[in-house]
Design a protein. Structure first.
Ligand code: ATP
Ligand code: ZN
Length: 390
């Protein structure tokens, strides 16, 4: 049975923080089933939460107020700077997720996990191929395929553990000895708590691809600027925010990483951002590219970090409409300054820490935006994205 909790905000929040608040609420407790945010006269005054099982209202109150104090209240919000706007309008009446499932193009497999079928697979690959051609042409990027697992130590070095603990996915395995293997087989029959025999957390599922690149170049001195691209499965536990094809637990990123001087990293990010926007325009899609911030979580300086990220324009997002008045971030263009150069001791010719930038394209989201805007019949897709046999 659901329990309903009403948590009043001790100090109301301004209405423009609604999104920032909403994107954090499910992370307060696993038990939350749904919520609504109350507000009037431009102020948010409270949150109504339904929970399964018992979680105390006091606990929810404390967690909500901590998150608001750390992550939200002191963010500076202002008009969003738009870098690019497509000349195309997104059409009305785009197919929704249910229709993609009805047509058998997407098959839900579990929480935040989807199987894709043809012709979406070809669409995703064709779009990706053009992105690779673009980055190779513009930067001479070298292509790698990275392993599925990522060292836990790499995530720690990147600062991911501290900034995004809510998304982490550990991989574990049995303690490596023959007694454990035998005991495991025996106890399997009794349905015991088998995870008690697991202990190793040296590896994680990667949340993004560029961290592989930093690990790969760890301790290296780069005589020349370097561009690398890779495509791979990325995993983020986004709690109950998992939704359709737009917020997955298990998704695919085409990543491009640029390492070198400050000018090289910033200018290459800008050049690729312009080219990706032109490509999107050539596909006849409506959308825009604008300044954005990351969903950092619970640390005393989070709000200040988000504000400075926006102010310094460290992150831009390509947002494409998918119908129902919604748009989704299909790619991000990030400047890291010397953060990863310092963390992985990657230096330039003079021994100084390198600067880096990356571009991450979410291929399922991009595919979703294309079929949302052009429909599910491949004959209506731009020629460069169609399967070759039609
Ligand atoms: P959001 O703010 O929407 O959660 P993000 O800013 O955390 O996205 P990035 O870290 O910039 O995302 O990742 C690069 C790209 O990967 C995003 O622009 C998006 O297209 C894709 N992506 C990120 N998270 C997911 C997800 N849970 N499901 C599907 N695609 C995702
Ligand atoms: Zn990246």
């Amino acid at each position: 049975m659901a329990n309903v909790h009403i948590v009043h905000l001790e100090t109301p929040l301004r209405e423009e923080f609604r999104q920032e608040l909403a994107r954090r609420i499910y992370f307060l407790a696993e038990e939350i089933v749904e919520f609504t945010i109350d507000g009037s006269d431009g102020l948010l005054t409270g949150v109504r939460l339904s929970t399964r099982d018992t979680v105390s209202t006091d606990q929810l109150h404390r967690r909500l107020h901590t998150v608001i104090a750390n992550d939200i209240r002191h963010q500076r919000v202002g008009p969003v700077k738009v870098y690019w706007r497509s000349s195309h309008e997104a059409p009305d009446g785009m197919p929704d997720f249910a229709r993609l499932c009805d047509e058998g193009l997407v098959v839900p497999m579990g929480e935040g996990q989807m199987a894709l079928a043809e012709p979406l697979l070809t669409l995703l690959d064709n779009a990706d191929r053009q992105l690779v051609a673009l980055v190779r042409r513009e930067t001479g990027a070298v292509q790698y395929r990275y392993p599925t697992l990522m060292r836990t130590e790499t995530l720690r070095q990147c600062g991911y553990m501290r900034s995004f603990p809510q998304h982490l996915m550990f991989v574990t395995r049995l303690h490596g000895d023959s007694d454990t293997y035998a005991a495991f087989s025996d106890r399997l029959a009794f349905g015991d708590d088998l995870l008690a025999m697991c202990g190793n957390t040296d590896y994680c599922l990667p949340p993004t691809m560029c961290y592989h690149t930093f690990q790969q170049l760890s301790g290296r001195r780069l005589g020349e600027p370097m561009a690398i691209t890779a495509r791979g499965k990325s995993f983020r536990h986004e709690s109950r925010y998992h939704e359709g094809l737009s917020r997955l637990w298990d998704f695919t990123i085409r990543e491009m990483v640029f390492l070198g001087s400050r000018d090289y990293a910033r200018q290459t990010r800008e050049r690729i951002m312009r080219s990706v926007c032109e490509l999107v325009e050539s596909w006849g899609l409506g959308g825009r590219c604008e300044v954005a911030s990351d969903p950092f979580f619970v640390g005393a300086a989070t709000a200040a970090r988000i504000s400075s990220q926006r102010l310094l324009e460290l992150k831009f997002e390509l947002r494409l409409p998918i119908g129902g008045g919604r748009d989704i971030a299909c790619a991000s263009f990030n400047f890291h300054d010397q953060h990863f150069g310092d963390a992985f001791a990657i230096t330039g010719a003079e021994g100084e820490s390198i600067h880096s930038a990356c571009v991450g394209v979410g291929l399922e989201r991009l595919t979703l935006a294309i079929v949302s805007q052009h429909g599910t019949d491949p004959r209506a897709w731009p020629e460069t994205l169609r399967p070759s046999d039609i």
